[in-house]
Design a protein around this ligand. Structure first.
Ligand code: NAD
Length: 541
């Protein structure tokens, strides 16, 4: 392969299937769902290419039916963490010396396996284990993961082609070396695509990885690992372990060969891990790369010139799709008094037609929240708002945990812009609204900027260009992804590189070259063709 300068297939975004009622694609997906629902899947860890089973088996229950177990996984101990690190380090020399085209082929094949034979299985696993409806599963586990894999291959080659200039008589080169040591990927429950991307993009750059998925996303993590193995990923390159998060972090982050953390999850967990890395800094052979994408409190700022129906639709989709369990979900909205009555009316009528229930019925727009903790957290915010002086529940508000963890799409109207639900990340189907006097638009922009420690996504809705420009400038640092007249969710790989700043993360933009750059350590190479043979420069005469 080193005898050619290969070009990779041009990446384009995977077309999203629409799953219209009665279509062949929806029938096929639902029949896979029904089959997997009954399979009682056994899920071992994968270390050094071997399936690892333990004596501790943990039953997995579906969020939409908490009495139904669809499988079980083998829980590992700290011994398995050690084994995963050893397996990664053992695989390192051969993997990092493999030509990039061979690495690229594996991940391009994985993308094609997801696009084709594994599509239904990965989507169905996400629907069963994480309670996503057909469309939410499709845009996440199929399309976004396919896009991550294909675009990252292209970004890798773009990066490799970036080379320094060379003066007369010399040849300068840049070599994008994998990091020394092993990498650690820790992934959240809410996006199957993120769980596949975090370990794979590090491996793509020639690194070896210990991957700890969330224990609330184990079924789809297993399908991803099956796909990587079928695509030909060599043993030990990615090692998937199911171990306690905190204990694993303590062990991994104290290892001298630890080279990088790729994390997505809550701010608090990331900050805890950063502290551990600080405490261990003297142990490491190399300064670790740290990438973390964390929480959000994403805003929708509406100007009096905005289109009412567009605002209401963005709020309904942005706040309630996937039950608000997107880091980018619209969770606080600022609406001018002159538009509020109309916006509320349109939202109310849209919400009336929304059905809630199991993803097995594709007509359900809203499904269950992930688990009991999340259910209780959401219920707590709703119950407190019902009693609060400075807030009231104006739409939704019912919670039902008889069969699954169902929380109705809920809108809280707060008269205090700093009421708790306007500031804190809830991660559920709860939208908080603050109605401001139209004349206070500029002051309200300041409130939007200063309300929360996060800075992930945000939208402005306006037809007035001066208003858009003012918001664009006033909210420069309030979000890493800024939307104009669109909802703050649904970033697409290659189109809107994703990530936030402040307490929302290191902003290394998943699905971009900026992210891949973190997983390499550049070596500059200078070669002189005719070396000088006398120390004297001309100025010495
Ligand atoms: P989480 O922080 O609870 O868990 C994330 C991962 O960390 C899991 O694998 C978990 O097992 C592990 N973990 C938990 N406690 C740990 C500890 N003490 N030490 C080390 N690891 C630990 O997050 P979650 O509930 O899975 O996901 C929701 C959160 O993720 C939200 O805050 C959301 O905003 C954030 N998120 C952010 C983005 C982004 O791109 N910014 C994307 C998705 C999710």
């Amino acid at each position: 392969m080193s005898k050619a300068i290969s070009q990779v297939p041009y990446a384009i975004n995977e077309p999203v299937r629409t799953y219209e009622p009665g279509s062949t694609e929806v029938k096929s997906l639902i029949s896979t769902y029904k089959k997997m629902w009954k399979e009682n899947t056994e899920i071992p860890m994968v270390i050094g290419g071997n399936e690892v089973k333990t004596k501790k088996q943990v039953t997995l229950y579906s969020p939409q039916d908490h009495q139904h177990s669809f499988g079980f996984y083998h829980k590992g101990t700290m011994e398995h963490v050690d084994k995963a690190i050893e397996a990664a380090l053992a695989a390192k020399a051969q993997w990092s010396n493999l030509a990039w085209e061979q690495r690229a082929s594996i991940f391009l094949k994985a993308a094609d396996l997801i696009a084709g034979p594994y599509r239904d299985r990965l989507n169905a696993a996400t629907m069963i284990g994480q309670s996503k409806n057909v469309y939410q599963a499709e845009i996440d586990s199929a399309c976004e993961l396919i896009d991550f894999l294909r675009f990252n291959v292209e970004f890798m080659t773009e990066m490799y082609s970036e080379q320094p200039i060379s003066d007369h008589g010399i040849w300068n080169r840049a070599e994008y070396r994998p990091l020394e040591g092993f990498c650690f990927a820790v992934t959240p429950f809410n996006f199957t695509a993120i769980s596949g991307n975090l370990p794979s993009c590090m491996a793509m750059m020639g690194n070896v990885v210990v991957w700890k998925p969330s224990d609330k996303q184990i079924l789809s993590a297993k399908v991803i690992m099956d796909i990587f193995m079928e695509a030909g990923l060599p043993d030990g390159v990615i090692n998937m372990i199911f171990t306690d998060g905190k204990d694993t972090a303590e062990k991994v982050l104290a290892h001298p060969d630890f080279a990088a953390l790729h994390f997505t999850g809550s701010t608090q967990v990331f900050q805890g891990m950063w502290k551990m890395m600080g405490d261990n800094i003297h142990r490491y052979k190399t300064y670790p790369r740290i990438v973390g994408e964390t929480g959000g409190k994403d805003f929708v700022m509406v100007h009096s010139s905005a289109d009412v129906e567009a605002v209401a639709t963005a709020l309904v989709r942005g706040a309630f799709e996937y039950q608000g369990q997107k880091c980018s979900a619209a969770s606080r909205a600022y609406i001018p008094k002159s538009l509020w009555k109309e916006v509320k009316k349109v939202m109310e009528s849209q919400l009336k037609s929304i059905k809630m229930g199991s993803p097995e019925d594709p007509s359900n727009f809203v499904n269950a929240v992930i688990d009991k903790n999340s259910f209780e957290k959401c219920k707590g915010y709703i119950d407190r708002a019902k009693k609060a002086k400075d807030a009231k529940v104006i739409l939704g508000g019912k919670c039902d945990d008889k069969k699954g963890w169902f929380v109705e799409p809920t809108v809280i109207e707060a008269t205090d812009p700093y009421y708790e639900s306007m500031c804190e990340e809830i991660f559920g189907p709860i939208l908080s609204v603050y109605v401001y006097e139209d004349k206070n638009w500029s002051e309200t922009l300041k409130i939007v900027d200063q309300t929360s420690p996060y800075s992930l996504t945000g939208s402005v809705f306006a037809q007035d260009r001066y208003a858009i420009d003012e918001a664009y400038k006033a909210l420069e640092n309030a979000s890493g992804n800024f939307y104009i007249n669109d909802k703050p969710t649904g970033a697409v790989v290659g189109q809107q590189p994703f990530g936030g700043a402040r307490a929302s993360g290191t902003n290394d933009k998943a699905g971009s070259k900026m992210n891949l750059l973190r997983w390499v350590s550049v070596r500059s190479i200078k070669e002189t063709f005719v070396s000088p043979k006398d120390y004297k420069y001309p100025f010495l005469g």
